[in-house]
Design a protein around this ligand. Sequence first.
Ligand code: AMP
Length: 113
Amino acid sequence: MDCIFCKIVAGEIPADIVYQDEDVIAFRDINPVAPTHLLIIPKKHISSLAHLSEAGSSLIGDMVKIANQLAKMEGIAEGGYRLVINCGKQGGQLVPHLHMHLLGGRQLSNALG
Ligand code: AMP
């Protein structure tokens, strides 16, 4: 499958990996929009939030737990941070492999759209 994030999971293209376990991997965004900008993704290819199965809610729960741990490791937990999952074209999703953005390290805008 020609998926850039699957290639990162497979080690076929480099990434600055900050965490991994059996199911999830996290790495630094190549085009960061904040001092901390990490992507937390399932190792298994799931195209988007809209493609999650029933079992997917525990995966999302695990991803949030990992994001919270990474926020502490990055030193942004106290100051505050944002988790974002874009879904589909109008949701602003560019890479069709489910991913959660962890953003922090500066004052983020209140604008959501
Ligand atoms: P989204 O718009 O939610 O699909 O976000 C996709 C994100 O993936 C963007 O913030 C990109 O900068 C990031 N990205 C794309 N390719 C890579 C890569 N090879 N390594 C790290 N981050 C990437």
